[in-house]
Design a protein around this ligand. Structure first.
Ligand SMILES: Nc1ncnc2c1ncn2[C@@H]1O[C@H](COP(=O)(O)OP(=O)(O)OP(=O)(O)O)[C@@H](O)[C@H]1O
Length: 123
């Protein structure tokens, strides 16, 4: 049981480390909070919540793996190395890809509702 709690403690330390040191991670969390509030406001469907939570998770976990890879690469070399560049660029590319998909999902879920809201305000 003690070992289980210890592994949870380390996992939370990893999450807090990313939040403390990675500006992009804080931005992802702020976006996720904002989108969650918008979802509550617009009373979105259960399947839409599922799509949003999966995309939050993809963006945030890829950012965490990106941080882990950056640290591991820096541990292995501080010299310029083409393999280090590839490792970091591929990890950063994964975050970018997930972030772009998250924007598409957000637009897909909210575009119609935002548009209706704008029209309602104008009338
Ligand atoms: N050892 C290295 N050898 C070759 N290129 C590197 C090396 N370290 C970093 N780079 C290049 O510089 C880019 C930025 O790396 P860096 O480690 O500064 O990450 P970052 O994206 O600025 O993240 P953070 O701001 O979180 O540290 C990498 O994507 C890679 O292209």
């Amino acid at each position: 049981m003690k070992a289980l709690f210890r592994s949870f403690k380390y996992a939370f330390e990893g999450i807090f480390y990313c939040l403390k040191t990675q500006r992009n991670m804080r931005i992802h969390f702020i976006f996720a909070a904002g989108v969650t509030l918008a979802g509550v406001y617009f009373k979105i469907e259960m399947t839409e919540w599922l799509a949003l939570f999966i995309t939050f998770s993809l963006v945030i976990t890829s950012e965490m793996f990106n941080t882990a890879i950056e640290k591991a690469v820096d541990l292995s070399t501080m010299e310029y190395d083409e393999r280090a560049k590839v490792a970091k660029d591929v990890a950063a590319g994964a975050v970018l890809l997930n972030a772009v998909v998250a924007v598409f999902v957000g637009v897909f879920v909210f575009w119609g509702r935002l548009w209706e809201e704008v029209i309602r305000w104008m009338n």
